[in-house]
Design a binder for this molecule. Structure first.
Ligand SMILES: Cc1cc2nc3c(=O)[nH]c(=O)nc-3n(C[C@H](O)[C@H](O)[C@H](O)COP(=O)(O)OP(=O)(O)OC[C@H]3O[C@@H](n4cnc5c(N)ncnc54)[C@H](O)[C@@H]3O)c2cc1C
Length: 499
């Protein structure tokens, strides 16, 4: 077979001619248009007068009460919770469902529009490393405390059902929260780690931190970071951790290292990993050399705890969230796990942050669905409303099923976690929680990307327009698969295949 050499001219000969003639006629018509405009403006009848812009304006999709409008959420709670518990928490959920569609939504939007900034030096050249956040971000801190978004499962007012109550609130909160859901996930993870740590009795700083993390008082409430990822590894922290912890005479440590991805850099405290330095200056390599540390981000004088913020990351999404590269140069820290037991100790924390990740994924799916469902009642194409087009509704139905599945799976993790919190989980339930948490995290994260992408399509061109607030949902969903370590993806696949 003889193959002709393909050149642009050979391949598109007609198109080139057509393209040139289109250009020529466009130039001509431009001349004509200019002439018309001159002529008509002289005549006092401009072609683009305000009266000729048209009278049709598409109604925007409306965000209603995210509790009373979500019958699936309500029916789940009715099915799972004892009657008295639901009766008691119902008014709060109803009220919160309204807030996430009104004032909390506005705070979240402000965070999207005014992302954090880093002021590294003051006017006189002094290093300050001040992360400036908008008012909405700071208000969300107070809202999180007042609404008990972290405290609910630790108060245990409703025993094992407290986690489901918290999960229902987080589910509604996260897509309105301007990514404040991220520091909350790490805060909850830190509270759980401290609760389970065998160092808590010994160290009053840990007890004190716990009372801040689980407080409902905005003035007392703290958030926590989790600074694990270093340049060499995020999923493989066992080999990636280069931070060195130098023991001090007073039982504290000084940390030296470079934390490559640190979200919620404006947090009050953090949990982090390092390798304790032996008297001869050596450290133990691999998993067995890793210890978990607790540290506060600021000293008592309000200055940073020997932390330099190198820069804020320029990210695809989650721009509301201050994610930074941090240099630790002698930061004071306390050992939180036994020496070399840092990796097993993180697993408690990861269970919580992965649970949050799944709830956030289910929440963003629900949000795009509830907006898409509202929009199909407002938008007409080809002479009828979208809701009257079977193919459109078939597409929405498909992603509604995915959304419900993600919700049920995530709530099952919440249910098991609630039992574990209260020491009421059987051995099987404990094992199931271990298995289900990373699978749910991975699966719902992948679903969230697909559902938000498909969901955006249902708004046509408007789904791509920033000031509708819609594209951010997809950008932010993109991060969910890699938050909180991704190596499990590879570890879980063989397990899933044998199920
Ligand atoms: C917006 C944002 C915020 C973040 N915030 C924080 C934070 O607050 N704290 C923090 O500690 N980290 C944070 N991270 C970092 C995040 O946790 C890591 O990026 C993530 O764990 C992946 O690590 P890595 O970047 O080193 O990628 P790598 O681990 O280098 O992964 C690269 C590739 O290798 C694959 N891979 C990984 N493990 C295996 C395996 N076992 N088998 C086969 N393939 C594998 C992965 O699937 C991936 O495709 C944040 C990241 C982002 C994007």
């Amino acid at each position: 077979m003889i193959r002709a050499k393909i050149t642009p001219k050979k391949f598109f000969p007609n198109n080139l001619i057509a393209w040139k003639s289109t250009l020529r006629s466009a130039e001509k018509s431009l001349d004509l248009d200019n002439r018309d405009m001159l002529d008509s403006s002289v005549a006092g009848d401009t072609k683009f007068a305000a009266s000729k812009r048209g009278s049709f304006f598409q109604e925007a999709p409306r965000l209603g009460n995210q509790f009373s409008g979500d019958l699936f959420l309500q029916s789940y709670l009715k099915r799972v919770l004892p009657y008295e518990v639901l009766q008691e928490i119902f008014p709060d959920l109803q009220h919160f469902g309204h807030r996430v569609a009104t004032d909390i939504y506005s705070m979240g939007r402000e965070c999207e529009l005014q992302p954090p900034k880093l002021e590294q030096f003051d006017a006189w050249g002094k290093r300050v490393d001040n992360i400036q956040t908008c008012q909405g971000w700071r208000q969300l801190h107070d809202v999180s405390a007042e609404e008990g978004l972290i405290s609910i499962p630790y108060e245990r007012k409703y025993g094992q059902w407290s986690r489901i109550y918290q999960a229902a609130k987080l589910f509604m909160f996260s897509p309105s929260s301007g990514l404040y859901s991220c520091p909350l996930a790490m805060t909850d993870g830190a509270a759980k780690s401290i609760e389970l740590s065998n160092m808590t009795e010994k160290l009053s700083v840990l007890k004190d931190a716990y009372s801040h993390l689980t407080s409902r008082d905005p003035k007392k409430f703290w958030t926590s970071g989790q600074w694990m990822t270093e340049r060499k590894g995020g999923s493989d922290v066992a080999n990636g951790t280069e931070t060195i912890a130098v023991p001090q005479d007073d039982d504290t440590y000084r940390l030296y290292g470079y934390k490559w991805f640190s979200s919620a850099t404006d947090a009050d405290m953090t949990l982090t990993l390092g390798r304790v330095q032996n008297p001869d200056g050596s450290t133990v390599p691999g998993t067995k050399g890793i210890t978990m540390f607790y540290m506060q981000t600021h000293n008592e004088d309000g200055k940073l705890n020997n932390i330099e913020v190198q820069r804020l990351k320029n990210k695809l999404g989650t721009r509301q969230l201050p994610t930074a590269e941090l240099l630790l140069h002698g930061s004071q820290a306390y050992k939180m796990s036994d020496e070399g037991r840092g990796v097993p100790c993180i697993s408690d924390m990861l269970t919580i942050t992965r649970f949050h990740n799944s709830i956030v994924a289910a929440g963003v799916m629900r949000r795009i669905m509830s907006l898409a469902q509202d929009y199909c009642l407002r938008r007409s194409v080809f002479g009828k409303l979208l809701v009257e087009h079977p193919l459109h509704m078939q597409t929405l139905a498909k992603i509604e099923v995915e959304t419900r599945a993600a919700f049920l799976l995530s709530m099952e993790v919440a249910r098991l976690l609630g039992k574990q919190d209260c020491n009421e989980a059987s051995d099987v339930e404990t094992q199931l929680l271990r298995l289900l948490t990373p699978i749910t995290k991975l699966y719902t994260a992948k679903q969230a990307m697909q559902v938000t992408s498909e969901g955006l399509e249902s708004f046509g061109g408007q789904g791509y327009i920033e000031d509708t607030g819609l594209p951010g949902l997809m950008r932010d969903a993109q991060v969910l698969w890699l938050f909180v370590s991704i190596s499990l993806k590879k570890k879980m696949i063989p397990i899933l295949l044998t199920c």
